[in-house]
Design a protein around this ligand. Sequence first.
Ligand SMILES: [Ca+2]
Ligand SMILES: [Ca+2]
Ligand SMILES: [Ca+2]
Length: 111
Amino acid sequence: MRSRPIILAATAALGIGLAGGVASAAGTGSSKMFQKLDTDGNGTVSLEEARAGQGQWFARLDTDGDGTISREEFQVTADKRFAKYDLDGNGEVTPDEVAQAKAKWKNKTTN
Ligand SMILES: [Ca+2]
Ligand SMILES: [Ca+2]
Ligand SMILES: [Ca+2]
């Protein structure tokens, strides 16, 4: 039960990526996602930028490249995301693990 909110959060994040909605990305205060979508950095996400972002998400999830995302493909991606957080691999993600995982990624991107 404890790990559930994390799964839901990961799934929601994936869902936002799939929806590619400018409103939903901005509405969740996900400025990082906004920056990612705003590829020319002019402060707005055009329809084309949103579509491009959507395509990237789609391609990442569509692991066998058949042009559709199956439930399994979606699940695999969600599981991978979960595994990234579950540092000790005990099947549960604690707030501590989330903090550690985030710190790890931060180091990776800054180094
Ligand atoms: Ca833009
Ligand atoms: Ca597929
Ligand atoms: Ca764990």
